[in-house]
Design a protein around this ligand. Structure first.
Ligand code: NA7
Length: 485
């Protein structure tokens, strides 16, 4: 282990912070480049009312950094942001982060076996290894609705929440019924004069328990982190991860049937008005879209201030939204919970690997990476939560940590001086993609609905095998799948 490497980490969100802590622990030389003025990534960007992490709080932590301070089973976005700030301070990586430093270009130099990284403004630096931790749900997707720009009231995407917009006692329109839209309904229903929820597609809702942790419980967690471990590594959570992953990969099996039954019963038992019940009944299988976990949506949506609009939007006009049947909803504020461009990743930064190969060209058909982390033609370039990464509905922290363990073993090859550059072979990656695509099409995500999991050809871009297979695969890279030069 004698080669001293220079590392660039791109992004100071959950995965970039993880990389920084791990690199610091190994005494490595690294810089984290963060384009904004704060850490937190998606948790910094999203501040909408009702923002909640849909992974139980104690399970949404780094394994090495349990946290006794969670207020409730499901944490608010602000609390999650606070957790990451706490971790950055505790592990002393704040000063390793360069803020206001947007990476705009990366170019591989084959002769020197290094990357030249360029920042907005033109400053350039050289690194042996690049860790790309730039996030997934990061580029807001605005709907293609006629007249959107003509709206005279407040109008914004959920990831750009406008605190000055009229909400309390106002007439608010909310387009979108993903996790974001659903959470916003739960927060706004009791505040607005009227909330029109434009639901192009309703969602299945998995009921979950929300409960507060008491001061006594937090004291106990502080005194004995084994109590925290019992929650995050215990069967209730981890068993659920495995069962759910089995369900979505065996879509005609009993576990999927159980998921469907629970969601159906939730709808049947929670929604009183038969007309509203039918409006809220999806016409696709549960978990085909990313399943929504909520303890409060059905209550909130039955608030008399909420109107569920399932018609098609014809256009936006200066004072509201016109439906194709002529109905007009007069609005003060229009909130766009219309999701993200999930296929962008580090782009629009330009990445150029071997022989002038650009990331745009390599990803012309679909974003792809070998087991979601490495790319043929892009040596010493490692992605955390890269394309095809998400496993089930669960914690991306767990995924990133396991990916890190895999990546770190590849970096060891460079540390040991066995090569100056490592990347997967084209053949190994093509074999992975062929197997992944075939398996992905048989998962619940490929069962016939639209969602941000699907790539441009309708193939789910997620881990298509079991959780145990994921753990096993991440435990050790197969070096024979890599070109080491
Ligand atoms: P999602 O899950 O991508 O949801 C976007 C929603 O916006 C979805 O209900 C879409 O309906 C709707 N949408 C998009 N465009 C339109 C137009 N033009 N008209 C009407 N409705 C539209 O984004 P979220 O932010 O909720 O969640 C993303 C992830 O963030 C979530 O899964 C968590 O992992 C965190 P559609 O279903 O396409 O009919």
């Amino acid at each position: 282990m004698d080669r001293k490497l220079r590392f660039a980490v791109i992004g100071a969100g959950m995965a970039g912070i993880l990389a920084a802590i791990k690199l610091k622990a190994r005494g490595e030389t690294f810089t984290v480049f963060e384009k904004t003025d704060r850490i937190g990534g998606t948790w910094r960007e999203n501040r909408y009312p009702g923002l909640t992490c849909d992974v139980p709080s104690h399970a949404y932590t780094y394994t090495f950094a349990p946290y006794a301070e969670w207020r409730a089973n499901y944490a608010t976005g602000a609390e999650v942001q606070g957790y990451f700030e706490h971790v950055v301070e505790t592990y002393g990586v704040h000063d390793d982060i360069r803020f206001h430093s947007e990476v705009t270009g990366l170019v591989w130099d084959e002769a020197q076996a290094h990357w030249t990284l360029t920042l907005a403004g033109g400053e350039a630096h050289v690194f042996d290894v690049v860790i790309c931790a730039s996030g997934v749900l990061h580029h807001p997707r605005l709907p293609d609705i006629e007249g959107l720009d003509s709206f005279a009231g407040a109008k914004f995407h959920t990831a750009r929440w406008d605190d000055s917009a009229p909400i309390d006692g106002a007439r608010v329109g909310l387009v979108g019924c993903g996790s974001t839209g659903v959470q916003i309904v739960t927060a706004l229903a009791s505040r607005v004069k009227k909330l029109v929820h434009f639901q192009r597609s309703p969602q299945w809702i998995m009921p979950v328990q929300q409960f507060a942790f008491s001061d006594e419980q937090r004291d106990a967690f502080r005194a004995d982190t084994g109590l925290i471990d019992a929650i995050r590594f215990g069967d209730e959570y981890l068993g659920n991860v495995k069962r759910f992953t089995d369900a979505i990969t065996h879509i005609d099996g009993p576990l999927m049937k159980a998921v469907e039954d629970i969601c159906l019963q939730n709808l049947e038992n929670s929604v009183r008005d038969p007309v509203l019940k039918e409006k809220l009944r999806p016409d696709y299988r549960a978990a085909c879209k990313r399943l929504i976990y909520s303890w409060s949506f059905y209550d909130a949506v039955q608030n008399p201030a909420v109107e569920v609009e399932t018609g098609r939007i014809a256009r936006v006009e200066p004072t509201g939204v016109r439906m194709t049947d002529g109905t007009f909803h007069e609005l003060d504020t229009l909130v766009l919970a219309t999701g993200f461009h999930a296929d962008r990743f580090i782009r629009p930064a330009g990445v150029t690997g071997q022989n002038g190969l650009t990331l745009d060209a390599f990803w012309a058909r679909r974003p792809t990476a070998h087991y979601a982390m490495t790319l043929p033609g892009f040596p010493n370039f490692f992605m955390l939560n890269g394309p095809t990464g998400p496993v089930g509905n669960f914690s991306l922290i767990d995924i990133a940590e396991r990916q890190w363990d895999y990546i770190d073993q590849l970096i060891d090859v460079l540390r040991r001086g066995e090569g100056r550059a490592v990347m997967p072979t084209t053949t190994a990656h093509a074999d992975y993609e062929e197997r992944r695509i075939a398996a992905a099409k048989t998962t619940i995500f490929g069962s016939g609905c639209s969602s941000w999991y699907l790539d441009a050809e309708g193939v789910p871009a997620s881990w298509p095998w079991s959780y145990d297979t994921f753990v096993e695969t991440m435990s050790k890279p197969k070096l024979e799948e890599f070109a080491i030069a």
